[in-house]
Design a protein. Structure first.
Length: 351
């Protein structure tokens, strides 16, 4: 009887060990990682990888490709951890929020242009909306758990100013500029190409239409987002940021002369952009002087100085706390990265 009992115990132990071994082994198939029992699929990793390398001149290979996949998977794991947290907090993005953000993204494009962008990124509409849902959810969690709890005091601002006073001593005037640009040939990288010009004559008509709408009181930033063909600035309302006066001296004379005549809030007439070597027309632009800062020391009493310091301190603290928050969530989550295990097993050559 004792022998049978010992055999039963031994068998149970063996089965338990086998079960534990099965739990820790690679599940195989399409699973590359799991977060609290939720699987992350290789097919999804492949989609994000393909989207990231779609615009690259040369696709990464070998160890570079593996490293990129590891980085993407790391982000996917972080997103999944935060999605689980959002479920607990009741902060998952609603369908209405997703649809609203989707319509904002889609608004500047025709249906054909939008479909082509999805195709270029090698993702489906369902993939795109899923990413929107994740992005909104992440923002909601971070706003509630991190951003809303950050407080920058007047003393913080004073201390920063006293320690970094030189940052607010401008050695030359600064110009905050924005532009709307139209080219004779559509730039495939441009975010917005409504009524896109196919030649110089079309470009002249388009820039004149924009100038007329500005003269009628239309908002500069809105028109830039809708019509500008500069891929670097159209998405943020044509904002070129702030440049020192010395930088204007190196730009084309027409733009420089136009800017120097503007007062803050004013925009220029239509400026022709010409290749100085060939005299070929490269396009047209309208430039707005958003603000101008004269040279000299800025004092703490200046509301703009206080606002700049507050924003800078808030951003720094927010970045630090977000990193700490992610680390804390990772510590609490049960994460298994099977892809990383495969990389180690295959000496860095996993696909």
């Amino acid at each position: 009887m004792a022998k049978n009992s010992n055999y039963a115990v031994a068998l149970a132990a063996a089965l338990l060990l086998a079960a534990l071994a099965g739990c820790s082994s690679h599940p195989g198939g399409d699973v590359v990682a799991s977060v609290d029992g939720r699987n992350i699929l290789r097919s999804d990793l492949d989609k994000y990888y393909a989207a990231q390398v779609a615009s690259a001149q040369q696709s990464p290979t070998g160890e570079q490709a593996t490293a990129l996949r590891l980085n993407i998977l790391h982000q996917m794991i972080d997103d999944e951890i935060l999605m689980r947290r959002a479920e607990k907090l009741g902060l998952l993005a609603t369908d209405e929020e997703v649809d609203r953000k989707y319509n904002e993204y889609k608004a500047p494009f025709t249906q054909e242009e939008f479909d082509q962008r999805l195709k270029d990124k090698k993702i489906t509409l369902a993939d795109f909306k899923r990413d929107i849902r994740r992005s909104i959810t992440v923002d909601k969690v971070m706003n509630k758990e991190v951003s809303s709890k950050i407080s920058i005091t007047d003393q913080d601002i004073t201390d920063y100013f006293n320690a970094h006073k030189g940052e607010f001593n401008l050695i030359e005037p600064q110009y905050h500029l924005a532009q709307i640009m139209v080219t004779p040939m559509p730039n495939p990288q441009a975010h917005n190409q409504n009524e896109k010009a196919q030649n110089e004559a079309d470009a002249r008509k388009k820039i004149q239409m924009i100038a007329n709408r500005l003269d009628s009181g239309d908002d500069f930033a809105t028109l830039a987002m809708k019509y500008s063909e500069d891929p670097e600035t159209s998405g943020n309302g044509g904002d070129l940021g702030t440049v020192p006066e010395s930088s204007l001296r190196s730009t084309d004379p027409s733009t420089r002369d136009a800017v120097m005549k503007l007062k803050p809030g004013q925009y220029s007439a239509i400026i022709s952009i010409v290749n100085p070597a060939t005299r070929q027309a490269l396009g047209f632009r309208i430039v707005k002087l958003v603000a101008k800062e004269p040279a000299g020391q800025r004092e703490l009493a200046d509301p703009r100085v206080q606002q700049a310091i507050r924003a800078q301190l808030h951003d720094r603290r927010e970045q630090l706390l977000k990193e700490a928050y992610y680390e804390d969530l990772r510590n609490e989550a049960k994460v298994v990265n099977y892809y990383a295990k495969d990389v180690l097993k295959n000496n860095g050559m996993a696909n």
